[in-house]
Design a protein around this ligand. Structure first.
Ligand SMILES: Cc1cc2nc3c(=O)[nH]c(=O)nc-3n(C[C@H](O)[C@H](O)[C@H](O)COP(=O)(O)O)c2cc1C
Length: 172
C-alpha cells in the first residue's frame, strides 16, 4: 500500500504529524491561543452542523462544484493560508499550490510564507492573503507586487490587529 493511501481522514494526518514533527513545530501547527478554549469551541460549533439526507434522488450526476467570486471550484472549500509552512515540510507552499491546482480548489498563499509569492503563484495558487502593514506606502507596494505576480484574489486577514498569546509556542 502506498504511504498516502494509509491516510483516509484528516485526523489520520494529525496523528502522523504528532509522531513526525518536533514538539515545537507540532505545537505551532496544532495548538491555538492560551488554553485552546476557542479552538475547542470552534470544533464544537462546527460539529453542530449536519447533512439533511435526501433519499430516492438522482445520483447519476453528482457534483460538489461551488462558485465563489466568479470562479467555479471543484469543491466548496480550499486550502487556508498557513504561514511558515516550510518549517514543517520542504517547500510546503509549492506542494500545496500544485495539489490544490490539480484538485481544482483554491489555495491561499500566506503573507507569512517562507517562499517568494511569485514562485507560489507559478505553482498554481491564485489567492494571496495579506496582513496589511500600517503605512500606506507599504500597502501600495505590497498590492502592486501581488498584482504583478498575477494573483487574481486578494484576501485580507482582519482578525489579527495584535498577535494572539500562543502560550504553547513559549512552552515548547
Ligand atoms: C499553522 C497555521 C498557520 C496559519 N497561518 C496563517 C496565516 O499566515 N495567515 C492567515 O490569515 N491565517 C493563518 N492561519 C489560520 C488559517 O488560515 C485558518 O483560518 C484557521 O486555521 C481556521 O481554519 P481551520 O478551522 O480549517 O483550521 C494559520 C493556521 C495554522 C494552523
Amino acid at each position: 500500500m502506498r504511504r498516502a493511501e494509509r491516510f483516509l481522514a484528516l485526523s489520520d494526518f494529525e496523528a502522523a504529524g504528532r509522531r513526525h514533527l518536533p514538539r515545537m513545530l507540532h505545537g505551532f501547527v496544532a495548538g491555538a491561543a492560551e488554553t485552546d478554549q476557542s479552538l475547542r469551541d470552534n470544533r464544537a460549533a462546527f460539529a453542530e452542523w449536519g447533512f439533511v439526507p435526501r433519499a430516492l434522488a438522482d445520483t447519476s450526476g453528482r457534483s460538489q462544484e461551488a462558485t465563489l467570486l466568479d470562479a467555479t471550484h471543484a469543491a466548496p472549500f480550499g486550502i487556508a493560508p498557513m504561514g511558515a509552512g516550510a518549517i514543517c515540510a520542504y517547500r510546503s507552499d509549492i506542494v500545496l499550490a500544485r495539489a490544490a491546482a490539480s484538485a481544482g480548489i483554491p489555495m491561499v498563499t500566506s503573507a507569512s510564507s517562507l517562499i517568494p509569492l511569485e514562485e507560489i503563484r507559478a505553482a498554481g495558487s491564485d489567492w494571496y492573503q495579506a496582513y496589511l502593514p500600517g503605512e500606506e506606502g507599504r500597502i501600495e507596494a505590497l498590492v502592486e507586487r501581488v498584482a504583478r505576480a498575477g494573483y487574481g484574489t486578494f484576501v485580507l486577514t482582519a482578525d489579527v490587529p495584535v498577535p494572539a498569546n500562543r502560550e504553547n509556542n513559549l512552552r515548547n
